[in-house]
Write a protein that binds this ligand. Structure first.
Ligand code: TXA
Ligand code: MG
Length: 347
């Protein structure tokens, strides 16, 4: 069932009803500032198993625990470094997830057997009201089927999970559109396991240099979520780096022609500056202006889904500079891609 709430002043009776479901061990989908989350009582192993089942999520991929009060970090984690508190003070509520040593109260179902737990306080009134009313921390992955683009509105959730959940709270479109940054504080130097809503530059201003865990690197898989193909539409996606405008556009045009010859329906994911460059494509969708990466981030997952709705076989996607939120955008695009075409910088 889907129920609409006011994102500014969430209706108390709806929040109470949803909280009751969480307390009883059920599944409630709720909006956050990043993407929609599929929530359950993080202290109940059985409820948490329900999340994995509903999403079809691999059992070795741990969940983020959401809290509504910064101090709850002390209930859930131990040996907390002082930087955790500084980061929480600066960025919570907000799109930063901290990996810390877990306390016993967190069942291993949440952490996929690990001794560490991921914690974040979301910056969304509906999410905070729900967690508070539940009286328990809420474990929640993104509310999509495993492997699909994360949902940025309630319609996406309904399509993916529909009647697999007890309640979907519709709080409108999410503001950021990409998931939180996952920062591991249990290793030194600290390491970003997943780039997201808070940028590396923002974190480094507060705690100094941090490492970035690169997908595909040979080191142990630190963030299990990053090893799977992810965020992927049904269509095949080819990502073309865009550090040389002229060359990138030529490559995309050539790929359009080649694929059209094979009777494929070809889509291009462009920006407002390039939207008119690809008249031969079946569908050109614009993410926003290249000068505003925040808007690009907000529109990315939604746009991938629109290509699927239009039965596009192959998506040719322009790349973005890996600066600021651009790191998270390129991370998601790379994870969604079947192929990445690299272009040497020349201008
Ligand atoms: O913005 C977000 O983070 C959204 C909203 C709903 O809060 N949630 C989200 O959850 O994106 P999910 O499950 O889709 O992604 C969680 C990521 C995965 O990459 C997972 O592997 C990693 O966090 N993670 C969770 N616990 C971990 C742990 N103990 N150690 C390392 N990585 C962990
Ligand atoms: Mg996810």
């Amino acid at each position: 069932m889907i129920v609409k709430v006011s994102s500014k002043k969430p209706e108390k009776n709806i929040i109470q009803k949803a909280a009751q479901i969480i307390k009883m061990g059920g599944l409630v989908v709720f909006p956050t500032e990043t993407v929609y989350g599929l929530g359950a009582n993080a202290l109940k192993a059985k409820a948490v198993r329900g999340i994995f089942k509903a999403k079809g999520r691999p059992a070795d991929n741990p969940l983020i625990v959401h809290i509504a009060d910064k101090r709850d970090i002390f209930r859930l984690a131990k040996n907390i470094p002082k930087e955790a508190l500084i980061l929480a003070k600066k960025f919570w509520p907000g799109p930063l997830t901290l990996i810390l040593e877990k306390k016993k109260i967190i069942p291993f179902e949440v952490t996929a057997g690990r001794e560490t737990v991921a914690i974040r306080m979301p910056a969304n009134k509906v999410a905070l009201a729900l967690i508070r009313a539940s009286g328990v921390p809420v474990a929640a992955p993104s509310a999509n089927l495993a492997g699909k683009p994360s949902p940025t509105n309630a319609g996406h959730v309904a399509k993916d999970l529909g009647d697999r959940v007890d309640l979907i709270i519709d709080g409108g479109k999410t503001k950021i559109g990409l998931e939180s940054t996952v920062l591991d504080l249990t290793q030194r130097p600290f390491a970003i396991l997943r780039p997201g809503g808070i940028t590396k530059e923002q974190i480094e201003k507060v705690v100094g240099g941090v490492g970035v865990w690169k997908a595909g690197s040979k080191s142990v898989v630190k963030s299990p979520g990053m090893k799977y193909r992810h965020y992927a539409p049904k269509a095949k996606l080819i990502l073309v780096e865009y550090n040389n405008k002229a060359e990138a556009a030529e490559i995309i045009k050539k790929l359009i022609r080649e694929n059209k010859k094979q009777q494929k329906r070809v889509g291009v994911m462009a920006v407002s500056e390039t939207r008119n460059s690809y008249p031969e494509a079946d569908l050109v969708l614009t993410l926003g202006s290249r000068n505003n990466l925040k808007v690009i981030a907000r529109n990315l997952f939604k746009t991938l889904r629109i290509f699927d709705e239009n039965k596009i076989d192959i998506i040719l996607a322009e790349g973005f500079p890996e600066k600021g939120i651009g790191q998270a955008i390129m991370n998601r695009l790379s994870k969604a891609a079947d192929k990445i075409i690299r272009i040497a910088t020349s201008n």
